[in-house]
Design a binder for this molecule. Structure first.
Ligand SMILES: [Zn+2]
Length: 136
């Protein structure tokens, strides 16, 4: 029996926006949530408590900086932060800007869609430039 390789060890996991030795930020281009991002720890660890205290702080600082860029550029109704990893047990944070007209609002974006509407990014190029500018 072969063990399936971890997808986040094998692949970036989205469009790579920024990366350093410890972590990376990727843009998922999710069909229902176009500005859905992830912050992924590069090394394969399962839980936040597997990290040293400085590494935990480093990872959360990236999550919060990303949240601030999303707030400044997209003015979402809410930003959802989630670390689940039940399907892919490789430490990563979902950073999901939420809009009142997105398919799931006000429910979790991981559940059943409530409507067909998609909240599109008005200017994806400017959005990407803002992300790259923050993390360069
Ligand atoms: Zn992995």
């Amino acid at each position: 029996m072969t063990i399936a390789p971890c997808v986040l060890c094998a692949e970036p996991g989205g469009e790579l926006i920024w990366r350093d030795q410890r972590a990376r930020i990727v843009w998922i281009h999710d069909a229902q949530h176009p500005a859905y991002m992830r912050v992924i720890w590069n090394q394969h660890v399962k839980e936040m408590s597997d990290l040293s205290l400085p590494d935990r702080a480093y990872l959360m600082d990236l999550v919060f900086r990303l949240e601030q860029v999303l707030r400044a550029t997209l003015q979402p109704a809410k930003v959802n932060l989630a670390s689940l990893g039940n399907m892919v047990p490789h430490l990563h944070w979902h950073v999901i800007p939420r809009f009142t007209d997105d398919p799931h609002f006000p429910q979790s974006s991981f559940g059943e869609a409530l409507r067909d509407s998609i909240h599109r990014i008005e200017n994806p190029d400017a959005f990407k430039r803002a992300l790259i500018e923050e993390f360069k």
